[in-house]
Design a protein around this ligand. Structure first.
Ligand code: SAH
Length: 467
C-alpha cells in the first residue's frame, strides 16, 4: 500500500487552496462539504468561487502565492495548473510540515483525494495511488450502484439508537442484533423511508433478541437462471446468509454468488411431492430458531407459482422475522431472452400467468385464453401440452394460434421453438422439450422485430463507418 486511507476531520479548520479556476472549484466544494474553513489564494477567481467569497462562505486572497499564506493551515491544495507554481506550493508546505495535495500530480503531493461515494455518515473512498484515477472512478461507480441510496439515513437511524440498545443487550447479543437490523426488515423499511414502521420493527426485534435471539429468513427470488439477473438486494442477502435452502430451479451459477462458507441445503423435490412443503416450513422455523440467517432461495419470483405465500404464513405463525426479495419470474426472463414482448400495442393488451399443472377445476375460463390478443404464459405446462391444445381448440382457438416454447430461458443451452396450435405437437415430437420450459400463447408468440441487414448498413453509412 503506497498510501494509508484516513478520514480527516476538517470541521471549521483552515485549509488553503492555491489557484482559483475550475479545478479549484471542485476541490473547494469537497473541502466545504467536509466543513473546512477554506481560503483561496489566486490572482483571479472563477465566478462561482467569487460568489461564494461574496457570501462569506470562503476567504479570498487576491494575490500570487507566497509561503506566508500557509500560516496556520492544516492542509493545502495546489490547483494552479502551472507546475512551477504548484512545485513552490508543495515545497513550502513540506517545509512547514503541512499536508499538501497537488492536483493530478502524485509526485508533488503528500496526500491525494480519493474518489468518494458519499452516503454520509457512511463514506467510501477509492484510491489508485495516482496510477489510474479513471479506474478508481469506475470502481467508485460500481460501488455507488451497489449501495442503497438511503444508506446514510440507515446509519443515522442506527446511530441514534445505539445507546438504548447498549443498555438493553449484552455485547454478544448486540452484535447479532445490529447485523440483523442492518440486513433485515428494519433496514429495508428505513431504506424505503418508512421510519415509523421501522421504529416499530426495531422495537419488536429488540424484544425478540432479549427473549430468544431468533434468526431470520430471507425469501429470495433467484430469477430464471442467469446470475446477472439477480437483484442487488438478493446479492446482498445471499452474501449474509448462514444457510441457504434452495430449489431444483436455482442454478449453480446463482448459488456461486452466495457467501462461500454458507451451508447449502437442497429442498427441491418433484413438484408437489408429498409432505415436502411442510418439511420445508419446519426446517425454516428450526434453523431461524437456532439464530441463523436463512436464505430461502427460489427460482424466478417467490410469489409466482413459488409457494412463497405459504412459507411466510408459516414464518409469521412462528413469529420469525422475514424479508421478501422479488426475482425475475420465468415469464419475464423467457420473454426478454426470446425477444418476444408479452404485451404490444398491436398484438396484445393483457397477459395471464397460468399453472399448466393445475387440475381442470382450478383453471379459469379458456374462452378468454383462446383470444390471440390475450397473451397466455403457461408454467409447468409442457408435459400437459396435448391437453392444453385440446382445451384451447375446444374454446374456439384457431389452428394458426401462435405458440412459442422457451426451454431453459437465460440458461446455457436455451432453446426457442415457435409454431402454432396446429403444428407444435409435431415440432416437439421431432425435438423433445427439456425442462424447465414455458409456453407462450397468443399473437405475440409469432412476434419478431425485423432486423434487416440493410438497416445496419444504412446506420453505419450515416455514422461514417466504412462497410
Ligand atoms: N417461481 C418460479 C416458477 C416456478 S414453477 C418463477 O417465478 O419463475 C416452475 C416452472 O417455471 C417450470 O415448470 C417452468 O415452466 C418455469 N420455469 C422456471 N425457470 C425457467 C426457465 N429458466 N426457463 C423456462 N421456464 C422456466
Amino acid at each position: 500500500m503506497e498510501y494509508l486511507p484516513v478520514f480527516l476531520r476538517l470541521g471549521a479548520r483552515p485549509v488553503v487552496v492555491v489557484g482559483g479556476g475550475q479545478v479549484a472549484l471542485r476541490k473547494v466544494a469537497w473541502l466545504r462539504r467536509a466543513g473546512a474553513h477554506v481560503t483561496v489564494v489566486a490572482p483571479r477567481l472563477h465566478p462561482q468561487l467569487g460568489e461564494q467569497a461574496a457570501r462569506g462562505e470562503l476567504e479570498y486572497i487576491a494575490a500570487a502565492f507566497s509561503p506566508a499564506h500557509l500560516a496556520g493551515a492544516v492542509a493545502v491544495v495546489a490547483a494552479t495548473g502551472d507546475r512551477t507554481t504548484n512545485a513552490r506550493v508543495s515545497r513550502a508546505a513540506c517545509e512547514r510540515g503541512v499536508p499538501v495535495n497537488v492536483v493530478d500530480d502524485a509526485e508533488l503531493s503528500s496526500f491525494i483525494f480519493p474518489a468518494i461515494v458519499d452516503r454520509s455518515p457512511i463514506v467510501v473512498a477509492v484510491g489508485s495511488a495516482g496510477h489510474a484515477p479513471v479506474l478508481a472512478r469506475r470502481v467508485r461507480e460500481q460501488i455507488e450502484a451497489l449501495l442503497p441510496e438511503r444508506l446514510g439515513a440507515l446509519a443515522r437511524f442506527m446511530g441514534a439508537r445505539r445507546e438504548a440498545v447498549r443498555r438493553a443487550l449484552g455485547a454478544f447479543a448486540r452484535r447479532g442484533f445490529w447485523e440483523r437490523i442492518a440486513s433485515g426488515p428494519v433496514a429495508t423499511l428505513v431504506l424505503r423511508g418508512e421510519g415509523e414502521r421501522a421504529e416499530r420493527a426495531l422495537a419488536r426485534e429488540l424484544l425478540t433478541s432479549r427473549l430468544t435471539g431468533l434468526g431470520e429468513v430471507y425469501l429470495i427470488g433467484a430469477g430464471p437462471g442467469d446470475p446477472d439477473l439477480l437483484t442487488l438486494r438478493a446479492l446482498q442477502l445471499l452474501q449474509r446468509a448462514d444457510v441457504i435452502l434452495y430449489d431444483r430451479l436455482v442454478s449453480e451459477a446463482v448459488l456461486e454468488r452466495a457467501r462461500r462458507d454458507a451451508q447449502r441445503i437442497f429442498v427441491g423435490k418433484a413438484y408437489g411431492a408429498h409432505g415436502q412443503q411442510e418439511h420445508i416450513h419446519a426446517l425454516l422455523v428450526r434453523l431461524a430458531g437456532e439464530g441463523k440467517r436463512v436464505a430461502r432461495l427460489k427460482g424466478g419470483d417467490p410469489f409466482v407459482f413459488g409457494r412463497g405465500g405459504e412459507e411466510i404464513e408459516a414464518l409469521a405463525a412462528h413469529g420469525i422475522p422475514y424479508t421478501v426479495v422479488p426475482g425475475i419470474t420465468a415469464a419475464l426472463g423467457a420473454a426478454a431472452a426470446a425477444e418476444l414482448p408479452l404485451t404490444h400495442r398491436r398484438l396484445a393488451s393483457s397477459v395471464s400467468f397460468v399453472n399448466g399443472h393445475a387440475g381442470d377445476g382450478a383453471l379459469p375460463d379458456w374462452r378468454f385464453f383462446a383470444n390471440p390478443r390475450h397473451t397466455v404464459v403457461v408454467y409447468m405446462g409442457v408435459a400437459q401440452l396435448p391437453g392444453i391444445i385440446a382445451r384451447l381448440r375446444a374454446a374456439g382457438a384457431a389452428p394458426g394460434h401462435p405458440v412459442a416454447i422457451i426451454e431453459r430461458a437465460t440458461l446455457p443451452g436455451q432453446r426457442i421453438l415457435r409454431g402454432t396450435l396446429g403444428d407444435i405437437t409435431a415440432l416437439t415430437a421431432a425435438q423433445p422439450v427439456q425442462p424447465p420450459a414455458l409456453l407462450i400463447l397468443g399473437d405475440v408468440a409469432a412476434f419478431a422485430a425485423t432486423d434487416t441487414g440493410a438497416a445496419l448498413t444504412a446506420a453505419a453509412a450515416a455514422a461514417g463507418v466504412p462497410a
